[in-house]
Design a protein around this ligand. Structure first.
Ligand SMILES: [Fe+2]
Ligand SMILES: [Fe+2]
Length: 489
């Protein structure tokens, strides 16, 4: 039983062994004149020990197979199962010839029957081992060209089945000619029934093998479909498990290779984008009176708000993890257009006059001109689209009173609405030369009062859900003394 419980193919193999003895007995008694002449007890005394010996040998072979690497097991399982049936057939043939005095030709026929069943039982065991190989994660790699091509295996299978059917017809007809039964209608009828019996058994075995092949094919194709589906959805981490060294395994390996390449190219693009964006932000920051910590804090506020909004059914489909990552990454670009604003206004140590404020407001247009130039050159990407939304929308007001477009409500891109709240909260909480830093409670009140006028009420609601995170971020990334001095200067 221990061998059975640790051997996944044992149950199916047991069925093949049992059926083989039944079929050979029925066939032997109806077709073979020699077996026909034996008492049932003598036939049983011959067959049962052979079957038991076959099963014992099969258990040893199965243990050997399971001790080998998974990639070798299907072929070994096939060869092992076939060998066991060949051995059983040989013993039956020898016993029949030596002890029962049958002619050698009869022994060869018994052998042919065992080999036939052994081939189908071996194929069945190979399928079991291949399925296990899939479940255990597939083959570690696929090297070179496809081995055991599908077309060749299909051709061999058809040839084998055709040879079997032709062989059986030949044997039956030869026997009919030999004993003269084909010359009368009754003999011919018996011949047809015998042939139908053998044909039905072979058909069942073929159907079983076809079903096994179909399951494997479905498994391999479903691996490919799921892997490609995940990649299409932007989750390119999955790889197709490879179960066979044929064309299907080769296609899976190619899909995996291309996805690896895609990952590498994507990583490279992301790193290049990040580096260029960091350089741009650094350039803008060098001229701006905002501190580096302002950019870090607003980036984190944006991240908290987006993660909270993603819980909302209205935004869950839009705010996917990769969309949130893009918004967070693009957040520091919101004031990039300030590079085009004169130093006198940008670095004015005090409040701006209304005229100066009008000039300052042009930073959104300048920022958009920069990002639109990039989009015109390389085409729009999700990241660039979000960067544009952040720049365009961070000074718009929910009631339409903002700038530069005076957009209203949901017409303001979501990333812009989120950025607007994060930017204002941080400005309120930060010290300026003309104002002290505001405590959280006061800033909170201003945001709540602005819900529905300056800010998107749903973004304010999200803020109220993640307030403790805002307080933690404000404390952890507070402006350093050096930055404050620089700002004051
Ligand atoms: Fe701004
Ligand atoms: Fe800002």
């Amino acid at each position: 039983m221990a061998a059975l419980s640790g051997d996944p193919g044992a149950a199916r193999s047991a069925v093949h062994h049992a059926l083989s003895s039944i079929f050979i007995t029925i066939y032997g008694y109806s077709v073979c004149n020699f077996i026909n002449g034996l008492a049932v007890s003598i036939w049983a005394a011959t067959l049962v020990p052979v079957l038991l010996g076959q099963w014992a040998l099969r258990c040893i072979v199965a243990e050997q197979v399971s001790s080998r690497p998974t990639e070798m097991r299907p072929k070994l399982a096939f060869a092992g199962e076939l060998s066991v049936f060949v051995a059983g057939g040989a013993v039956i043939g020898i016993v029949n010839t030596v002890f029962h005095g049958f002619p050698a030709g009869s022994g060869l026929k018994a052998m042919l029957g065992f080999v036939t069943i052994g081939i189908f039982a071996g194929v069945d065991q190979a399928f079991v081992q291949t399925r296990i190989r899939f479940e255990e994660g597939g083959m570690p790699s696929f090297s070179g060209k496809p081995r055991s091509p599908f077309a060749v295996r299909l051709g061999l299978s058809f040839s084998l089945v055709a040879a079997l059917i032709i062989g059986v017809i030949t044997l039956l007809v030869l026997r009919g000619i030999e004993d003269g039964t084909v010359n009368n209608a009754e003999g011919f009828r018996r011949l047809a029934i015998e042939f139908a019996f053998v044909f039905a058994i072979i058909s069942c075995y073929v159907a079983n093998s076809a079903r096994g092949a179909e399951k494997l094919l479905a498994k391999a194709v479903s691996e490919q479909v799921q892997t490609l589906g995940d990649a299409r959805e932007g989750r390119a981490r999955r790889r197709a498990r490879i179960g066979t060294q044929d064309e299907i395994g080769f296609v899976s390996a190619e899909i995996n290779y291309l996805l690896d390449e895609l990952d590498r190219a994507h990583d490279m693009t992301t790193r290049t984008n990040d580096a260029i964006m960091k350089a741009l932000i650094g350039l803008a920051g060098a001229r701006d009176n905002e501190t580096g910590e302002h950019l870090q804090r607003t980036q984190r506020y944006v991240g908290s708000l987006c993660s909270q909004l993603a819980q909302h059914p209205e935004y869950s489909a839009v705010l996917t993890p990769s969309a949130i990552a893009d918004i967070v990454s693009a957040a520091p670009l919101h004031d990039i257009g300030k590079v085009a604003v004169s130093d006198a206004i940008l670095h004015k140590p005090g409040r701006l006059t209304p005229e100066e404020y009008e000039v300052m407001k042009t930073h959104v247009g300048h920022g958009l001109a920069v990002i639109d130039k990039v989009i015109a050159d390389v085409g729009v990407t999700p990241y660039l689209a979000v960067a544009r939304d952040v720049i365009a929308g961070h000074h718009e007001h929910w009631n339409g009173a903002g700038y530069p477009f005076g957009l209203k409500g949901p017409d303001i891109p979501l990333a812009g609405r989120v950025m607007a709240l994060a930017d204002v909260y941080d400005a309120l909480r930060s010290e300026r030369i003309y104002k002290p830093a505001m405590p959280h409670a006061e800033a909170r009140k201003i945001l709540i009062d602005g819900a529905g006028t300056q800010f998107d009420p749903q973004v304010v609601a999200a803020f109220l859900m993640v307030e403790p995170q805002f307080e933690r971020i404000a404390t952890k990334f507070a402006d350093s003394g050096q930055d404050r001095a620089a700002t004051a200067a």
